[in-house]
Design a protein around this ligand. Sequence first.
Ligand code: ADP
Ligand code: MG
Length: 273
Amino acid sequence: MKPKLEVKDLSYSYHELSGETIALSHISFDVRDGEFFAVVGPSGCGKSTLLSLLCGLLEPEEGEILIDGIPRAESGSVIGYMLQRDHLLEWRTILSNTALGLEIRDARRTQRARRSAWTRRLPDEESLRSLTAMLRAYGLESFRDAKPSQLSGGMRQRAALIRTMALKPDILLLDEPFSALDYQTRLEVCDDISSIIRTQKKTAVLITHDLSEAISVADRILVLSSRPGRVKAILTVAFGPDAAGPLKRRNAPEFSAYFDQLWKELKCDETSQ
Ligand code: ADP
Ligand code: MG
C-alpha cells in the first residue's frame, strides 16, 4: 500500500538581505495511513519549517511532497494543523470558534465559485450537529456558549482540535501543541488528544522538542540534526498491549530505553558540531 505521506529529498533555505539560512537539507521519510509520526530535534533545526512545507505555507526549494502518491498541491487533500497557541477568538463563543475553520473553507469556496467578495457564511445544520457532537465527546458541551477566557488551557486546546477536526483532515499536523501548557495539564491534554487522534485513525505528524512526549504518543520518531535539519535516525516505538495511551507508556519498562536511545542520537549531534 502507498504511504499516506511521502517526503522526498526536501530542502529549504530562507533568503534575506543579510544572507541565506539553510533550514532543511535533503529530508526524506514516509508516513503510513493512520500512523502517528513524531519529529524531534533541537530548537532552530527546521521543525516548524518542515510543517509549513507539509501544509503548503512554503514551497520546497528542492524535493517533493506526495500525498497518496500525488504531489501535495494537486492532491486536493485537506491538511489540518494545530499550533502551540490555540488562536481562539475571544469575541466568539466556543461553538462559534469551533465553526471558524468550516466558515473560512465555505467562504473561500463561494468566493472562488462566484469570483465574488468574501462573505461570511454560517455553517449548515449538519455541520452544527457534528460540532455539537464533538463538543459533547470532548467534554466541552456545557461550555459551548462560553468565551475562550472562561476555559482552562487544556480545554482551549481541545476546542482548537475540534475546529481542526471539523474539516475532516486527511493528515493532521501538530506543531508543539502542548508546549504552552503547564506540566500536569500537558500530560492530561496529550493523553486526551492522542486518544482522540488514535480512535479516529488519523494520520498525524507531531512536532516536538520534548523526547518523552514523542515516545509517549508516536509509532515512529524522526530525529533531526541541528540546523540545517537532516534526518539522523528514524526510531520505531513499540509498547506492549498494557501500555495503551501516553500515561501508561510513560510508566512502561521500555520507556527509559527509548529515551536513552533518542538522547544519544541528539547528544552525538551536539558533540559532532
Ligand atoms: P524549529 O521549529 O525547529 O525551532 P524553525 O523551522 O522555526 O526551527 O527555524 C529553522 C531556522 O530557520 C532557524 O534558524 C530560524 O531562525 C530560521 N527561520 C525560521 N523562519 C524564518 C524566516 N521567516 N526568515 C528567516 N529565517 C527563518
Ligand atoms: Mg518551531
